[in-house]
Design a protein. Structure first.
Ligand code: KG4
Ligand code: ZN
Length: 352
């Protein structure tokens, strides 16, 4: 039987989202699942820079130190008190185990203290869900997840996730970061390469070829990375020229983003999906965005039109508003999705 208190809780007004799966510690408050009242992010990025990548121990220590303050700031910005919260959503995976534990423990303790439901959500699914804050979610779509840890294509139908393909080696963001490191550029390399690439239209000086793969929708970036290493070793001196560096970045970016965008359109056509939804840190990439816009437009002239969802720039990177949104959606779907009986899972699969 649903008690009065429970039925009140079903009308979720304020959802707190908590994200601590990698180097960010974030809290956000969402009103009615549609309005972001506050979104606070504390990043430990600067502490990882000297190492050229995220150091798990530093990330979890930072989350432990930051979580209380980030939570307080999110409440203050939303002009709410702790008791106003109706629901808590927290990342339960995938990511760094130590960091996820911080968020999950905080969420469960707060949920118990306030006697409100807690929903553990999948970080990768949340990247896609970020697109639906204040927008109508299509029942079926192709999801493209591009981040520092993932490159996957999924077919989502009525909340069910079917993995169509994923990277067999490096993730796209990881490939950007490694190539940037090779070129002596700062971490994270994605935005830096993107900026340099935008300054050149010379895609021919450093050609890259597409890898051959068994899975139709799988990706691989280790070959591109090795090719980049050879180009660099063979032309080290030339790379001191900004022009050469820019044309190298443009070629690299064009090669990987043409391939990813082609595969995404193909997946949509094959699955007869009418929408494409993009998420993850690399969805901030200028060329990926423009290629998808172009290809969706071209397709519209002779086939079933496709609707393209690209996240706003603030929501491309790890944030807690997307976690709150997914938690809210899942709780509305079924109260059973709120159980404090879940644990951190660093290798949580999509749809699990
Ligand atoms: O989703 P995210 O914030 O963290 C993970 O869950 O991995 O993604 C971070 C990744 C980094 O590898 C970073 O280099 C990449 O996203 N990135 C970009 C751009 N902005 C961030 N890659 C290419 N172009 C960009 N504009
Ligand atoms: Zn992420």
């Amino acid at each position: 039987m649903v008690t009065v208190r429970e039925s009140e809780r079903l009308r979720i007004m304020y959802t707190l989202g908590i994200e601590t799966s990698c180097d960010e510690t974030a809290c956000a408050i969402l009103k009615n699942g549609t309005h972001i009242l506050s979104s606070v992010i504390s990043s430990s990025l600067a502490r990882h820079k000297p190492f050229g990548g995220v150091v798990p121990e530093i990330a979890s220590r930072h989350s432990l130190e930051a979580i209380d303050l980030v939570f307080e700031e999110a409440l203050q910005k939303a002009k709410l008190r702790t008791e106003d919260l109706d629901l808590i959503a927290v990342t339960r995976g995938p990511g760094l185990i130590g960091s996820i534990f911080v968020g999950v423990s905080f969420a469960k303790a707060l949920g118990l203290a306030l006697d409100i439901p807690v929903v553990g959500v999948n970080h990768i699914e949340a990247h896609l869900e970020a697109n639906f804050i204040g927008k109508k979610k299509p029942a079926s779509f192709i999801g493209l997840i591009v981040s520092g840890g993932h490159t996957s294509l999924v077919h989502v139908q009525n909340g069910r996730y079917k993995l169509l393909g994923e990277t067999v080696d490096d993730a796209i963001g990881e490939a950007y970061d490694k190539v940037a490191k090779l070129l002596g550029l700062e971490y994270p390399g994605g935005p830096v390469i993107d900026r340099l690439a935008q300054k050149s239209t010379d895609f021919g000086t450093f050609p890259f070829t597409k890898p051959k793969l068994d899975g139709k929708f799988d990706f691989s970036f280790s070959g591109v990375k090795t090719r980049a290493l050879h180009y660099y070793e063979e032309n080290k001196k030339k790379f001191r020229s900004q022009k050469i560096l820019q044309s190298f970045c443009a070629s690299f970016q064009e090669a990987v983003m043409s391939w990813i965008s082609d595969q995404t359109i193909l997946a949509a056509r094959e699955c007869q999906a009418r929408s494409i939804v993009v998420g993850g840190g690399v969805s901030a990439n200028s060329r990926l965005r423009s290629l998808l816009v172009e290809k969706v437009k071209v397709g519209a002239q002779h086939a079933v039109p496709l609707q393209l969802f690209l996240p706003s720039f603030e929501l491309t990177t790890d944030n807690a508003a997307m976690i709150a949104k997914l938690g809210h959606t899942r709780y509305q779907l079924s109260r059973r999705n709120a159980t404090k009986d879940f644990s951190a899972n660093p290798s949580l699969a999509i749809g699990e």
